[in-house]
Structures are given as structure tokens and as C-alpha cells.
Design a protein around this ligand. Structure first.
Ligand code: ZN
Length: 108
């Protein structure tokens, strides 16, 4: 005879064993009494939701990968040009050193 687990009094192990079932049945896990009283499991659930959302964003069948890469490239180029402008403006002109010409060349 197994007594039903009291949701308010379950251990993390019991809750996590129940998680797939809760997700599978489409329940609002954020409202689960254990989540509301357990920081560990609410953090775990937040992680799971982040992963699930990232997975949905990573496999957008509609969007062609080329477009995605174009977005990424544009973002990178923007960052690079921003960095260039910054260093160019703050640094000023560097003093030119006179003794930088190659010394090994024979003077004719
Ligand atoms: Zn817990």
C-alpha cells in the first residue's frame, strides 16, 4: 500500500521524478507547491524552460540558416566597427618613431 505523495511535503527527489509526468500532462509546474517552497527545484525548472525555449529557437524550420548567419555576421561587423571607432577616437595619433626604417639595407 503506497500513500499518495503530498505535494507540499515531497522531497526534491520525489518532485524531480514527477517532473516529466507534470510536463507531459501540460500542468503549470510553476504553481506546484514544491516549486513555490523549493529554490533548488524552481531554479532547475527555470533551467529546463530556458533549454526548452533555446531548443525551439535553435530549430526554426521556417528560417533558412543563411539568413541567420547574415544576422550574426551583421552583428559581429557592427561590434567590430564600434570597437574600431572607439580605439581610433580615444587613442589619438601615435607619435611616429623615426628609427623604424630597416637598418640592414645598404645605402647606395
Ligand atoms: Zn526541491
Amino acid at each position: 500500500m503506497t500513500a499518495p505523495i503530498d505535494p507540499k511535503n515531497m522531497t526534491c527527489e520525489q518532485f524531480q521524478a514527477l517532473l516529466p509526468e507534470l510536463i507531459g500532462t501540460g500542468q503549470d509546474i510553476n504553481r506546484h507547491p514544491h516549486i513555490q517552497s523549493c529554490a533548488l527545484c524552481s531554479a532547475l525548472l527555470a533551467d529546463l524552460e530556458t533549454i526548452a525555449q533555446a531548443a525551439r529557437e535553435l530549430f526554426p524550420i521556417e528560417e533558412p540558416p543563411e539568413e541567420l548567419w547574415a544576422h550574426i555576421e551583421t552583428a559581429i561587423k557592427k561590434e567590430e566597427s564600434a570597437a574600431d571607432t572607439k580605439s581610433g577616437e580615444s587613442g589619438g595619433s601615435e607619435p611616429v618613431k623615426m628609427h623604424e626604417k630597416p637598418a640592414g639595407e645598404p645605402a647606395l
